[in-house]
Design a protein around this ligand. Sequence first.
Ligand SMILES: Cc1cc2nc3c(=O)[nH]c(=O)nc-3n(C[C@H](O)[C@H](O)[C@H](O)COP(=O)(O)OP(=O)(O)OC[C@H]3O[C@@H](n4cnc5c(N)ncnc54)[C@H](O)[C@@H]3O)c2cc1C
Length: 551
Amino acid sequence: MQETPPPVCVWLKRDLRLLDHAALAEASIRARGGTVFALFVYEPEVLAQPEWDPSHTEFQAECLTEVEAGLRRLGIRLVTRRGEAAGVLERLRGETGFRLLVAHEETGTGVTYARDRRVRRWARETGVAFVEVPQSGVVRRLASRNGWNRLWESRMTAPQAPPPRNVGYGGRAVIGTLETAGILRCRDLGQPPDTKRRQQGGEKAALATLDDFLASRGRRYSGGISSPLSAPTACSRLSPYLAFGAISLRRVWQASEARLHEAAQAIASAATPREAAGARAWKRSVAAMQARLHWHCHFMQKLEDEPEIESRNMLRAADGLREGEIDADRLAAWQEGRTGYPLVDACMRSLMATGWLNFRMRAMLVSFASYSLWLHWRPTGLHLARHFLDFEPGIHWSQMQMQSGTTGINTLRIYNPTKQALEQDPRGDFLRRWLPELARVPVAHLHAPWTMPPETQRAAGCLIGRDYPDRIVDHAAAVREAKRRLGAVRGTPEARGEARGVARRHGSRRDRRGLMRQDPVRRSLAGDRPAPPTGALDPQRRLPFLDADER
Ligand SMILES: Cc1cc2nc3c(=O)[nH]c(=O)nc-3n(C[C@H](O)[C@H](O)[C@H](O)COP(=O)(O)OP(=O)(O)OC[C@H]3O[C@@H](n4cnc5c(N)ncnc54)[C@H](O)[C@@H]3O)c2cc1C
């Protein structure tokens, strides 16, 4: 009698989908007609990380619910367990006798990096074959950034992974009897409830978001992504789906390539100048969004290549600059949206309520924390990571450092929150929505409420220092001091030499399609140009103290 082959275990982590799932496809091929089962582990150390938020638990549960139903239709059982991953795997090995474990590679936090190393050691010691397959353009054990763009493109253009076939419980009835913890929500994990009005999790929602973007919303991407008013609909909003793996980057890339092709054809066949202009707007927008799909992996690759940048300055010459100076009151004011700078406070409160913010406003929040308040990027980054539904360690920590001036390879990009407010929200609609205490403040003072004379404050029912905080620092003076401190460090010959090494290791290289001619921060970002002010205010006239090089 032919022996039934042992089952194959697919370990799901941040790849909560069925389509283009290379790990499932690989497992089904290697199972050779035998049983495949899926495992998801609720790891206490991951859930206890300061980056974790109840919104992540609920979003993840929504993704897992769909995955479980989809796998069931394919005859694959999803087993979930609580515990340390290597220990859970060892128990399951005892229960099922699996000898092959397949998972996607993950570029995660220090905690998940250490866990993956423990799992690899466990696999070596027990003789389990552990196969990890890539799921994005991030390349493991990359020797040099030269040639990386080509590798990235070859991954994005490769055929998508086929759905798993020829699997099922087969002769392994034991899989059907395995204990499972089920899909756990906040209450099961002893976490506070998720209070965010956030995006819905799951592969269906991911696909619908992509379709909707490419069919209608995406036309306004170019020119619409900078203002916090237009960005929520103009941006693709795919980030949480990509972060939890509810959709593959390749799928998004290939769908956008098809849309780009369609736009090019529409330009060529346009019957009227108006039609041609519309098609050109589409082409510009899709191309700008595609550049960011490239950056997605470009930034993650930095953490993959140097995991230490999660907590240590990329430019070591910057060590000691901010480390000793955490001012708890400033940190709390920034975290709670009480700095007295309306756009900073409105963005923070909006983020805490919804779990999302557009790029420019994220960068502005970090710039304010790192330059104006001189706070170290690690505690501020942890706060943002917790509240970003799309927290992606590789993008996040690289961006935190870039927006804090500690990479050595990017020019300082300092945002003036008042100028940004005037440019991006001239009528103050966003400010009033998130700062009800400023509801009756006249627009002439709304963007800089500390300029309100006492009688205006009384008339508006908003006394500065009582109903809304006085500004926490004088931004202009604080930024002058920050530039002086950073300049003194970054300008030394040692720092310049070190920066050249950082550029060799992490800097972007020219690519064939011109997606990234240089590190994105130095480009004038196509699609991220500030929309021209539409209100009656002239920022330069109202704010003569703006520095010429501030954004
Ligand atoms: C301080 C800071 C922290 C950030 N942290 C994260 C994070 O934890 N997770 C995250 O996904 N993005 C992060 N970003 C990048 C960016 O702000 C978000 O990707 C974007 O706002 C998500 O919205 P979207 O999906 O609608 O983006 P779109 O503009 O529609 O872009 C499509 C996709 O491209 C990628 N992308 C977009 N912008 C960038 C960028 N600047 N760098 C790298 N990839 C990009 C994302 O995967 C995004 O989903 C951060 C930016 C800053 C300034």
